[in-house]
Structures are given as structure tokens and as C-alpha cells.
Design a protein around this ligand. Structure first.
Ligand code: TNX
Length: 765
């Protein structure tokens, strides 16, 4: 009897476990962006051809999206019925939802169609990825039972795309909007005009499309490569009104608002190429064929305002968005300084200078747009010379613009270069495709918090959200747009949607590993750096070690020290590698059988300052603090092409004193270091640097010999070396003084601002 009861008991247990392992998912499903709350209900819902759906007309868009998705993706045609029910719940926030899946029913509750749409996007991520590329053949789909309660942390969740420098097909723009919507973002900032091309059909001024939309040729390679070379091919085009109408309505069906950007008063040389009378000196210019900032900007004569108002009238008909972006960035004022119209305008309006004239320009356009019931957004330069009364500021040069605007009661959107510029490199692998420069790895996007710490909680209410920007100087193809944007946009979706308390980078990367399969199915050319290796020098009790890590903790790192590329038989990395001389470490991530990532390689230069004490009299900028001061003497050089990796330290316009105290008196023959230069990113090599040696008693062993920089110090196209030789001096302390470049000269990007200094490894031999 006992044994029979036991058998039945074990039988039930067995049945329970076998059911559980095969059918009943107990893990929290991978949803991106991470919902506010998600609970598993230890059961499955079965979706098949008998499943029915009901919804009120207020949920038409979201219900139809789901119906189409199931039909197109898996051939499942929902009948009418109540198994999937869209229900109104006015207690939920406007973009929030509650998705409750039980064995019997899928309930979607929201107060708006948009909220319900986001419930559908979460539901979509519970379905097999085969729905994404229409390859699902099973007509019975098991969906894990969960209850999700969710709403966004920020109301502005944006992605930007520059279509002036390069343009992309209408279908591609739709694909971009699809991705925005899938990630529960709600704004597409469409950068339609810039110096290198006007991309929107305007009927009143046909030359905008016959002339301004085309350039004769395009720069090849990077702007910093000298001499400049061109491809000799005419480039251009524009979106017709019909294209735009189709795109706007496509976006509306996905709750994505399109904010068009019409740049003014700067970045307008393409326009002045066809209407020279709108510039200050009427001179004939061409649509630029290279990147940068151009002096030809709109003149402040009446004619310009009339012209822009006519254009905006046409723009407003196409775009129903509350906000219109009017640019305002990077406006050199040389033409205005020397223009009789502009000087007269300054006098007539009682303005102090050209900066106030910029404010006049923007405020006047704002007034016009306000009379049409619209609001303006502008880049943070619109703060110069005073802010237009109702303007929203998009803060890109760090967060100071946002802080200033929010403190004076203006709405702000954060898009700082340090965390939101997806045209920057995402990996320090030297074989990454050409990018503008900079370094913005996924993790740095993920950890971004759009609320500047300088704001009180009252002021923080003006922060509407954040946006990822994609400037496309170096992005000629759609595949490359995808490569630059994914997966950083996926991280951005979590920055703007999820509660900071819900965020966890390790958990995110695990979800991303799954999400990548969806991106593959969607034919999105994402960059995969999940299996990259990160190395770190560690110094413990005067001994140096090198530590290897990869994000995916369940994977294996194999490494070599003999310059060969690791294979499946190479040594498995388990503990930090002792470094007692210069050597190269190569490593690769594997699972049990296959290579997953690309080979990682690091040369460690074992020099005399490794493990010494180093102090800096200034703290590097928060966004470019690398691995701290120790990183300057850890035997590892920074990248040749990007300054934001952990070996480069960045300082915003400050002179610098570096003291290195060696562990013991040491014979020194040479010291060398490097500086980065990326003028487009406001980074300049210093004016001068000097090195000085001291003995144990603090007596100077040398004069402080200054080295002044000239262009011939260049070691690679972006870096400049400073080196000094000594006659075998026995020193204990090294003092290095760096005098920063100073103010950026007129005519260069960032003119008038302090130049940044970026310094790399200090080799002592
Ligand atoms: C600055 S960000 C610009 C763009 C460039 C970008 C390159 C901003 C408002 N202006 O014109 O494309 O840098 O990263």
C-alpha cells in the first residue's frame, strides 16, 4: 500500500517535472526594454487557428497590428472571440499597459491605443522569432503565461537619423520606424536638411530640389585623412511629398511621431547654393562635398524669413507633430559680422551683438510656428544670446545646455555626444568600419541616466527624455546605419523606458543575446560585441597581472602568449596572467565547441613606470576618465583611431601636472607620451609639454625642457607623440606639465570654446 502511494506520488512528481521542463516556462521571459513588473504564472497559453480576438474601436491600431503580425508571421488568422481581449482601463498611464496571460486568455488592458500597442510589442517578444521573418510553420504556438504591468519612465523616447549627408530608401525609413516602435520608442527625429543636401520636396522653391538636393561628389575616407580625395560621383535625391505622407502615416500606425528638422540659420549652404540672395554676400557657393561647418548661413534680411515661412508652411502640412526642429547648431557668425543687413538688424532691434541676433532669428521663427500651433525644438546653441520663450532645448554638447534650460523652466531632451552619438565607434577593435571618431560602447549607452545630477527633482520634470543620434557623414549604406544603430539603440530603449531600479547591464546583455535572434530574423545588420573580450591590467603589491573578461559569463575564454591565434585547444583562461616582461596576449571567446567572438589582442609594454604611483592635479572629465590616472602607466597604449577608450584620459581645456613617483630610484633614458587630435570633436594637441626629473631628495636633475608641438610630431593621423631623452639619469620622481591648446580658433568646429586635451600612456624607459 505504502509502496503504491509512493509510486503514485513519485509519478506525479515526475509528471510535474517533465511537464515543467518541456511545457511550462518558469524563467522570466526576455523582454526589451525591461518592463516595470513581470511575473510568470507557471502555465502556457496555446494560440492556434481557433483563437479569437475582440476589441473596441479605440484599440483599432494595436489590435490590427497584432492580427497582421500573427497572420503574416505565422499564418494564424484570428477569428472573432474573446480569447484575446483588449480592455479599457482608465487607471493606467497613457502609454502604460497591463498584459495578463493565463492558460485561457490573453488580456490587454490600457487607457489608450498606444498603451495597448506596447502590450502587443511585449507579447510579440513572447512569440517565436520565426514570426519576424514569416517562417513560422507551426499552427499551434505556446506562449508563456505572464502578467506584465508596464509604463515608460520618459515621455520622449527618440531616435534621430541624418538623411542629408547620406540618404536612404523610403522602405528603409519604414524599417527604421518599425524598430523604433518595436522598442517602445515614440519619436523619430528626421534630420532632413543640412549643408550637404536638402532632402524634402518643396513646391514653392523648386531649385531646392533641382540644385540643393545634389552634390557633385563626396569625400572619400575620413575628413582627417590628408589630402582630401573625392569619389567624383554626383550624389543626392530627396523625399517627395508622397513619400513623406506615406512615411508619416506609417509612423502614425506605430505611434511614432516624426519631428522634421529644417536647419537654420547655419548648416544651410545647400540652400544658399541655389538661392545665393539668402546669404549675406550673395556669393555663389556650391553644395559642399565634404563635412564640417560652413560660413555660409542665412542672412537676417526679411527675404530669408519670408522664404523660411513659406517652406515651413509646406512642412507643417506634411508633419502633424507638435514639435518642429529648427536646428540652430554650429552657426559661425563671420558673415553676420560683416553684413550691412545683419548689422542694421542688430541696430534696429536694439540687439547687442551677433549672438543676440541668433536669438532674434530663432525667436522670430518660434513666434511664427507658435501662431500655427506648433512648438520649436533646437540644438543647445539656441541658448546663445538668450532663449526663445517657449523653446525646447536638445542638449548635445554635454548636459550643460539641458541644465541651463531646465533651470529656466524650459523643456529639454538629452542627446549628449558622450552617451548618445551612435556615429562614434562602439568597439576598440581596430577593424571596426570607419566612424567619425569617439568611442561609445554599448555599456556606456546603457548606463546613461538622462536626468542631469545638477537638477532638483522639480527641475528634473523638464527633462522630457533622451534620444540616440545618427549623423551619417561616414554612413553611406543602409546596412551600415543598422550596424551603427544596433544594438546601441536597444540599450537606449531601456534608458528611456525602464525604471533605473530595473536596469542591470548583465541581465540586459543576456536578454540582448536572445533579442539578437529577433534582429537576425528581421534582417537587421546589428553589430555583435557580446563576445568581445575586455582586458585589464592589475597591479598588486608591485606585481603586474592581466585580467581577461567577457560579458557572457557562461562562455569560455581561451588564450595564447606565443602570438598564435587561440583555437579550441588553447589554454582556458581561469585566472589573471602574471606580467613580468613585455608580451602579447591573444584571446577568443568560445562555447563548448565553437568560436563565438573575434580574436582579441593586447600588447603589454613592460616599462619602468608600470606599478609606480601617479597623481594628477586635475580630474579627467567624467565621460573620459578611462581607467583612471593609473591607466597612464599601465603598459597599454590607447587606440590609434579613437580617444574614448579606457586608455585615453580627456580634460576639458585644463593645464595638467602629472607626478609619477617610481618605487625606487631608477635609471631613466627616455620618456614619451601621446596626445590625440580630432579637431571636429574639439580635441587639440597641447600647446606644449615639459618633462623634469628629480632624485630621492626632491632635487631637480634636469631643467624643465619644454617641447612645443608642431605638425611633424604626428605618429598616426590622429595622434601626436612627445618624447625626451636623458643621459641615464637616476631618478625617483618624474614631473610632467601639459599646457592645453587654449581656445578653439575661429572657423573651426567649437570655435571660442576651450579645446580638449587627451593624453595616452606615459612610457618610461
Ligand atoms: C555635430 S550634433 C553636428 C552635426 C554633425 C555631428 C557629427 C549637431 C547638432 N551638429 O552637424 O554631423 O556633429 O557627430
Amino acid at each position: 500500500m505504502v509502496s503504491r502511494t509512493l509510486k503514485v506520488f513519485f509519478g506525479i512528481i515526475l509528471l510535474f517535472f517533465s511537464c515543467k521542463s518541456k511545457e511550462i516556462p518558469t524563467e522570466i521571459p526576455n523582454i526589451i526594454p525591461k518592463p516595470s513588473s513581470i511575473k510568470t504564472n507557471n502555465a502556457v497559453f496555446t494560440l492556434d487557428e481557433n483563437t479569437g480576438m475582440s476589441f473596441d474601436t479605440q484599440f483599432t491600431i494595436s489590435a490590427n497590428f497584432l492580427k497582421q503580425f500573427l497572420k503574416v508571421g505565422g499564418g494564424i488568422d484570428l477569428k472573432s472571440g474573446t480569447t484575446i481581449a483588449f480592455l479599457e482601463d482608465t487607471s493606467l498611464p497613457s502609454e502604460g499597459y497591463r498584459l495578463h496571460i493565463s492558460k485561457e486568455q490573453i488580456q490587454i488592458k490600457a487607457s489608450t491605443d498606444q498603451g495597448a500597442f506596447y502590450a502587443v510589442q511585449s507579447l510579440r517578444q513572447l512569440l517565436p522569432v520565426s514570426f519576424e521573418n514569416k517562417t513560422s510553420s507551426s499552427k499551434t504556438i505556446k506562449i508563456p503565461c505572464v502578467t506584465i504591468t508596464d509604463s515608460p519612465n520618459f515621455k520622449y523616447r527618440g531616435m534621430h537619423l541624418d538623411v542629408s549627408r547620406h540618404m536612404y530608401s523610403v522602405d528603409f525609413i519604414k524599417k527604421y520606424i518599425d524598430a523604433i516602435a518595436m522598442l517602445k520608442m515614440n519619436t523619430f527625429h528626421w534630420h532632413l536638411t543640412d549643408d550637404q543636401g536638402w532632402r524634402i520636396e518643396i513646391e514653392a522653391y523648386p531649385k531646392l530640389n533641382t540644385i540643393s538636393s545634389f552634390r557633385d561628389e563626396t569625400l572619400i575616407g575620413h575628413y582627417n585623412d590628408q589630402p582630401h580625395q573625392f569619389d567624383g560621383k554626383k550624389y543626392g535625391g530627396y523625399y517627395t511629398k508622397n513619400d513623406i505622407k506615406a512615411i508619416v502615416s506609417y509612423a502614425q500606425q506605430r505611434f511614432v511621431t516624426i519631428i522634421p528638422e529644417i536647419e537654420m540659420p547655419g548648416h544651410s549652404q545647400a540652400v544658399i547654393a541655389s538661392y545665393p540672395e539668402l546669404g549675406c554676400n550673395g556669393s555663389n557657393v556650391k553644395v559642399p562635398t565634404k563635412w564640417g561647418i560652413f560660413d555660409e548661413i542665412y542672412c537676417t534680411k526679411e527675404e530669408t524669413f519670408n522664404f523660411l515661412e513659406v517652406i515651413l508652411d509646406e512642412v507643417l502640412v506634411l508633419f502633424p507633430s507638435e514639435y518642429i526642429h529648427i536646428g540652430g547648431d554650429e552657426t559661425p557668425k563671420v558673415r553676420w559680422e560683416n553684413c550691412e543687413h545683419c548689422q542694421k538688424r542688430i541696430a534696429d532691434e536694439g540687439l547687442k551683438n551677433v549672438h543676440e541676433l541668433q536669438n532674434y532669428f530663432i525667436s522670430r521663427m518660434e513666434k511664427y510656428l507658435n501662431t500655427k500651433g506648433r512648438q520649436i525644438i533646437g540644438w543647445d546653441e539656441i541658448l546663445e544670446g538668450g532663449l526663445a520663450p517657449n523653446a525646447t532645448v536638445m542638449s548635445w554638447r554635454g548636459r550643460s545646455g539641458a541644465v541651463e534650460a531646465a533651470k529656466s523652466g524650459h523643456n529639454v531632451v538629452l542627446t549628449p555626444t558622450s552617451n548618445c552619438y551612435f556615429d562614434y565607434y562602439q568597439s576598440d577593435n581596430e577593424d571596426e568600419p570607419l566612424a567619425i571618431g569617439g568611442y561609445l560602447p554599448l555599456e556606456k549607452v546603457y548606463h546613461y541616466n538622462p536626468i542631469p545630477e545638477e537638477l532638483t527633482s522639480e527641475e528634473a520634470k523638464y527633462v522630457m527624455g533622451a534620444q540616440g543620434n545618427l549623423w551619417t557623414e561616414y554612413i553611406p549604406t543602409e546596412a551600415k546605419v543598422e550596424y551603427m544603430v544596433f544594438p546601441r539603440m536597444v540599450a537606449m530603449s531601456e534608458v528611456v523606458w525602464s525604471e533605473p531600479t530595473q536596469k542591470d547591464y548583465n541581465d540586459f546583455t543576456k536578454r540582448l543575446e536572445q533579442f539578437n535572434k529577433r534582429l537576425t530574423a528581421l534582417n537587421i545588420n546589428y553589430a555583435n560585441h557580446l563576445y568581445d573580450i575586455e582586458g585589464n591590467m592589475i597591479v598588486e603589491n608591485g606585481n603586474a597581472y592581466y585580467n581577461l573578461e567577457t560579458l557572457m559569463k557562461d562562455k569560455i575564454i581561451r588564450f595564447t602568449l606565443d602570438e598564435s591565434i587561440p583555437n579550441i585547444n588553447s589554454e582556458v583562461y581561469t585566472t589573471k596572467i602574471p606580467i613580468e616582461k613585455s608580451k602579447t596576449i591573444k584571446a577568443v571567446v568560445f562555447d563548448a565547441k565553437t568560436q563565438l567572438g573575434k580574436p582579441f589582442e593586447q600588447y603589454i609594454n613592460f616599462h619602468k613606470a608600470l606599478g609606480a604611483k601617479i597623481t594628477l592635479d586635475k580630474t579627467p572629465h567624467k565621460a573620459y576618465a578611462g581607467s583612471g590616472a593609473e591607466g597612464l602607466i599601465n603598459g597599454i597604449s590607447g587606440s590609434n583611431s579613437r580617444y574614448g577608450d579606457k586608455e585615453w584620459l580627456g580634460f576639458e581645456g585644463e593645464d595638467l601636472e602629472i607626478i609619477i613617483k617610481l618605487n625606487k630610484e631608477t635609471e631613466i633614458n627616455t620618456i614619451s607620451t601621446r596626445f590625440y587630435e580630432g579637431k571636429g570633436q574639439w580635441i587639440y594637441k597641447p600647446k606644449r609639454i615639459q618633462f623634469q626629473l628629480f632624485d630621492t631628495n626632491g632635487n631637480a636633475l634636469t631643467e624643465a625642457a619644454p617641447i612645443y608641438f608642431q605638425n611633424n610630431n604626428s605618429t598616426s593621423k590622429n595622434t601626436f607623440k612627445a618624447a625626451i631623452a636623458f643621459k641615464a639619469l637616476k631618478a625617483k620622481t618624474i614631473k610632467i606639465n601639459v599646457e592645453s591648446f587654449g581656445l578653439i580658433p575661429k572657423g573651426k568646429q567649437g570655435a571660442g570654446h576651450k579645446a580638449w586635451t587627451f593624453i595616452d600612456e606615459i612610457f618610461v624607459n
